[in-house]
Design a protein around this ligand. Structure first.
Ligand code: KIV
Ligand code: ZN
Length: 538
């Protein structure tokens, strides 16, 4: 299929979640899926349902809640087996527009060393499994894994068999990020010319970034006739990641004379989407990352600043507003009421919050407004992320006290409500106040844990900005799984404690511990009610 419209197939929740260190629970997947729908993606690949019952449930939930009529297509990934395909169908069926995405490797390297199958067997499996998928679902995508390293003649045969069996989209992945733009474009061009029935299908591309060419390869393939780009927010994904959605979309938009192609993405939602994915996966974005990095629109050299002041086009090829990087507006003040607060949340797209969630967020907003006077859109998003979209609480943070300075030994005491309904206090020293707080928490929780990453950033400019902290921890048991947590507060030590406890709560739930109920946990009331001792140097 040709035309100038490029379908954006977002695989943040599937390939993106395969990034080392990124794990998302069902609630986080849903939150990101809602944002992807606001962003205007055409397809959300929500997961790999055969991987675990939890993944199946998460895809099912995205299909039911976000895949409503008028919403995006919801896809799930399946190996070319009946069991995987049936699991995807169970998961995506609630969507108004469900898709089954099935794949099998086609390169000789994979056939010989991984699948131990002959070319003929793979050809037959392709036909049989696409036929089976089509018997369940009208929208079937077939991927020839390691397509870019497959003998083109054989690839044409496999694709022709998939079309014959009813595939509606054909994807040619550069699975190991080996292709270079000219070669990949030639492969796609050859497919467009040589595969019988190709004009009835959408040709898709899926590029990995091992040589840093995922975006260039994707764009070259689109020029050669592909009309679906498989991408992720922030370019996260297996190993070096996937082509980044924001780069591909902004290249199409910024260079219309070169590409003559368009997407349905609302680019003003890019910054917000990027931030949400970074916070939820715990994978922070490099400051110099194209389009959405913190420095992407920062002009440091005097000569550049002078040029931009004289005329923006001297050194800016995109407007910051085009990617949603507007000066945060003052949205509400401390005298704003519940009604105005709820309305503003709805305008920001938070239409799914129940009364209890809004009440929690409102109380937190009042507290923040007291401290920082002007509450911006970005602050509101941080408040909602911190107050509403948190994992179930096994441990509840009740109080943090820190003494630090120079010269002195940073010392912290932390009180948590524990699962047995009691309060427990831990006290520790550390190399700094955050280290002391984490060590104090470790004294209370019954989990073996290592800190993998700690990132703090200011939500807005100014000395009274909310600080947002993301931590990633690794379970030191046999699973070695990682968990991320997020916290926001005007005090970064409190934000750090909130983030750490959130990550520990995810780990505790995964270890089979029950969320707290009753006793100290319910009286807790949250850390914001507690005074924080910000000690000065003795
Ligand atoms: O990289 C790849 O080949 C994939 C396919 C399963 C689409 O992710
Ligand atoms: Zn991939």
């Amino acid at each position: 299929m040709s035309g100038d419209y490029v379908r954006i197939f977002d695989t943040t929740l599937r390939d993106g979640e395969q990034s080392p260190g990124a794990t998302l629970d069902g609630q986080e997947k849903l939150e990101i899926a809602r944002q992807l729908a606001r962003l205007g993606v055409d397809v959300i690949e929500a997961g790999f349902p055969a991987a675990s019952p939890g993944d199946l449930e998460a895809v099912q939930c995205v299909a039911g809640e976000v895949g409503t009529s008028g919403g995006p297509i919801i896809a799930g990934l399946a190996r070319a087996t009946e069991g995987d395909i049936a699991a995807v169908w169970t998961a995506v069926q609630p969507a108004a527009k469900p898709r089954i995405h099935t794949f099998i490797a086609t390169s000789d390297i994979h056939l010989q060393h991984k699948l131990r199958m002959t070319r003929e067997q793979v050809l037959q499996r392709t036909s049989a499994m696409v036929t089976y998928a089509r018997s369940l679902c009208a929208d079937v995508e077939f991927s020839a894994e390691d397509g870019s390293r497959t003998d083109p003649g054989y690839l044409y045969e496999v694709l022709a068999a998939a079309i014959e069996a009813g595939a509606t989209t054909l994807n040619i992945p550069d699975t190991v990020g080996y292709a270079v733009p000219g070669e990949y474009a030639a492969l796609i061009g050859g497919i467009m010319e040589s595969v019988p029935g190709i004009d009835r299908c959408v040709v898709s591309v899926h590029c990995h970034d091992d040589l840093g060419m995922a975006t260039s390869n994707t764009l070259a393939a689109l020029q050669a006739g592909a009309r679906q780009a498989e991408v992720t927010i922030n370019g996260i994904g297996e190993r070096a990641g996937n082509a980044s959605l924001e780069e591909v979309v902004m290249a199409l938009r910024t260079r219309p004379a070169v590409y003559g192609l368009r997407s349905g993405i609302d680019t003003t939602q890019l910054t917000r989407s990027s931030h949400l994915v970074a916070v939820r996966t715990g994978l922070s974005v490099a400051a110099n990352k194209a389009v959405i990095g913190a420095n992407a629109f920062a002009h440091e050299a005097g000569i550049h600043q002078d040029g931009v002041l004289k005329h923006q086009s001297t050194y800016e090829i995109m407007r910051p507003e085009a990617v949603g990087l507007t000066q945060s507006k003052l949205v509400l003040g401390k005298h704003s009421g519940r009604h105005a607060f709820r309305k503003r949340l709805e305008e920001l797209g938070y239409t799914d919050l129940d009364d209890v969630a809004v009440e929690h967020a409102f109380n937190r907003f009042k507290h923040v407004a007291d401290q920082k006077k002007t509450v911006t859109e970005a602050d509101l998003e941080a408040i909602v992320a911190d107050e509403v979209y948190q994992p179930p609480e096994v441990y509840v943070l009740h109080g943090v006290h820190v003494s630090t300075g120079s010269p002195s030994i940073p010392t912290a005491s932390v009180t948590l409500a524990t699962p047995n309904g009691e309060y427990a206090t831990g006290a520790a020293t550390g190399t700094g106040p955050v280290d002391a707080v984490f060590s104090a928490i470790n004294q209370i929780v019954d989990l073996e844990v290592g800190l993998e990453e700690y990132v703090v950033h200011a939500v807005t400019g100014g000395i009274n900005a909310l600080g947002e902290v993301t931590v990633r921890i690794r379970s030191e048991d046999d699973t070695g799984r990682t968990y991320s947590g997020h916290g926001a507060d005007t005090d970064i030590i409190v934000a750090s404690a909130r983030a750490y406890v959130a990550a520990l709560n995810k780990m505790a739930i995964a270890a089979g511990m029950q969320p707290a109920s009753g006793g100290a946990a319910e009286e807790g009331g949250g850390v914001e009610d507690e005074p924080i001792e910000a000690a000065t140097a003795p």
